[in-house]
Write a protein of this length. Sequence first.
Length: 153
Amino acid sequence: MSIQTATPTPVTWPPHDPATWRNVPVESVPLDPARVQALLAAEWERFSGGTPNSGSLNARSSQTLPLGVPSSFQHWDPYPIAVESAKGAWLTDVDGRKLLDLSMGFGAMLVGHLNPTVVAAVTKAMETGTLFVTPSPDLVIQRDLAALHRRGP
């Protein structure tokens, strides 16, 4: 019985691109770690002081949810901001602060929160029914939209 071993292929890298080289200027001075810690402490205090309701809501929800949130990516230290409502591109947190929503549901809300056109369509669907399990006029609309999408502009 013989064991065959493969000879590893040597890894070669392209030549270094000088345009991407990071040069630290000679006059550069490292940050003072104590100053960094002092600035961070001041920012944590400012955050905690301006968001007491988010903090208490997170403390309550932490009794039943890991980290107090339904998904771990929603948590950050010392606690996440809790949102009470939203309209357009703006969120209102439980502390009454207006915040610009920069994530917009990772793209799902690109038309904004409570967009009037979307609200009207959802309201109509809620008044007429949402799941029939039989053909309906909406099926034709969906087919036409799909055809437009395939065809493009």
